[in-house]
Ligand binder design. Structure first.
Ligand code: SF4
Length: 232
């Protein structure tokens, strides 16, 4: 695996088990890093209509087990981890599709390509939040299965559409940066300051955050780093 973008290389130093962070937090960080910090450092979480529907929608995918259709094995609610990223969580579905690729993983004696599938209740959004989560799952699966994951999928409940997500070098770099930033914030215990932005209207933590009383923009770090998460 060394030499693959997003694969363990010379600079790889694994996180310890007690340092692992929730993989699902990567979308919160991309949405707003203050939101990530309030949930993961301050342990605040408020349900709103969106998060409740999201939970209900996810429960359908989180019935563990597997099924086979057209030769594709779909495994549900798969525990995943990356010691390199320091992330742990679940993939809603992992699909194993028969392939001739030489570096494919072997499942039930058959060479298979591997793809994570993430379920979302709504529809595709601008920005990379959802794609980032799928790519993080792909990197976990690469590390666990020692294979290459070329793409994953997002399935949107509102539109019943499935979007293919290419796990390209750009997305891999974003995952690495986001994972590093999560660990940086977790280590420091720092809560980024609030900033009123369009995404605050869709945030479940507005009453705790009070962005209208804001000072510094919470997304300064990413702007300084030249990263645009999109119009979240
Ligand atoms: S209200 Fe706005 S600034 Fe505060 S956590 Fe939510 S998105 Fe971030």
């Amino acid at each position: 695996m060394a030499g693959l973008p997003g694969a363990p290389g010379d600079d790889w130093a694994p996180y310890d088990e007690d340092e692992l962070l929730a993989l699902s937090g990567i979308q919160h960080l991309a949405f707003c890093e203050r939101q990530w910090a309030l949930i993961n450092i301050e342990c605040l979480w408020r349900e709103n209509v969106d998060t409740t529907l999201g939970e209900v929608f996810h429960e359908r995918a989180h019935l563990a087990g597997y099924s086979v259709a057209d030769g594709v094995i779909a495994e549900r609610s798969v525990p995943i981890v990356s010691r390199r990223l320091g992330l742990i969580g679940y993939s809603d579905i992992v699909e194993y599709t028969p392939t001739d690729m030489p570096n494919a993983c072997v499942r039930n004696g058959v060479r298979c390509s591997v793809s994570p599938v993430e379920y979302k209740k709504g529809r595709a959004k601008a920005g990379d939040c959802d794609r980032l989560q799928v790519a993080a799952q792909a990197l976990c699966l690469e590390e666990m299965l020692q294979t290459r994951v070329e793409h994953g999928f997002l399935f949107y409940g509102e539109t019943r559409r499935r979007e293919r997500v290419a796990v390209d070098d750009g997305l891999r770099r974003l995952v690495l940066s986001a994972a590093r930033r999560m660990h940086e914030l977790a280590r420091s215990g720092a809560i980024p300051k609030p900033a009123l932005r369009p995404c605050c209207a869709r945030c479940s933590l507005t009453s705790e955050c009070m962005p209208e009383a804001s000072g510094r923009d919470a997304s300064d770090y990413w702007r300084d780093a030249g990263v645009d998460w999109g119009k979240a």
